[in-house]
Design a protein around this ligand. Structure first.
Ligand code: GLN
Length: 243
């Protein structure tokens, strides 16, 4: 069977209007340019989102890594908190990376004095700077996630952690996608999915391995696809999303 995953390598998944996927990347602060490059490489159209009105007509949204307190404060100042919350509440696909994951969390430990604006919606508790400061950044192989888009022939995934958070508790509806083995033999959860919300504590936009971006595009395209069929367009053979 042709999967959406392999299709992104060959062409583009289409949205329900029959157009190439239109993905927004919140561009207030942090690593938004790197995401744009990978998404374009995978065939999506990218919108750098700085205003609430840019959220209309998007198929999916990425909140990049950066600094969650700054990003939350800028989002507050630019009137984006409520529109972003509305996006999450509506069940539209969203992926939070590192600071973005913190913003999506329902609960955060280790916040700055006075707290910080969170969007919430993802039923997890995060510890903001679990691994310490910027100098404590590292690259590590993840325990193989049990999802087809990630555990294919490309081998184990090497993840980059920069002043990264860890997920210390998850609610019932939250699926663990990847974890790290801690020094004491325990597991540290570093990637989860809850419905249409994806969250990773590490930075896939800083590697050449596009599997996590493909996974998100698959989610936007409503994986698993039901009765996929090929459509011929000016871009070549493209796969339709489930309607
Ligand atoms: N720990 C940082 C924060 O609190 C996030 C770091 C990152 O996004 N690389 O925002």
């Amino acid at each position: 069977m042709v999967t959406a995953h392999t299709t992104h390598n060959k062409g583009n998944c289409l949205n329900r209007q029959g157009s190439v996927l239109n993905i927004g990347v919140l561009a207030l602060q942090g690593a938004f340019i790197e995401h744009s490059k990978i998404l374009k490489q995978l065939g999506a159209t990218v919108v750098e989102v700085r205003k609430a009105e840019q959220l209309t007509r998007l198929d999916g949204l990425i909140i990049p890594g950066g600094e969650s307190t700054s990003m939350g404060l800028i989002a507050e100042r630019w009137g984006l908190i409520e529109p972003l919350r509305a996006w999450v509440q509506a069940g539209k696909p969203i992926w939070g990376i590192c600071a973005g994951m913190i913003l999506l969390a329902e609960r955060a430990e280790g916040q700055k004095a006075g707290g910080q604006p969170l969007l919430g919606g993802l039923d997890i508790t995060v510890n903001r700077n679990y691994f310490g400061r910027q100098v404590d950044s590292f690259e590590m192989l993840l325990d193989t996630p049990q999802i087809p888009a990630l555990s294919d022939a490309a081998g184990p995934y090497s993840a980059i952690f920069i002043r990264a958070p860890v997920i210390t508790a998850i609610g019932q509806g939250v699926e663990r996608l990847a974890s790290l083995s801690a020094a004491d033999g325990g597991k540290l959860i570093v990637a989860v999915r809850q419905g249409s919300i994806l969250a990773t504590a590490f930075h896939p936009e800083l590697t050449a391995d596009t599997r996590w971006h493909q996974l998100f595009l698959d989610m936007v395209c409503k994986e698993p696809l039901i009765e996929p069929h090929m459509a011929v367009t000016p871009f070549g053979n493209l796969l339709h999303c489930r309607s």
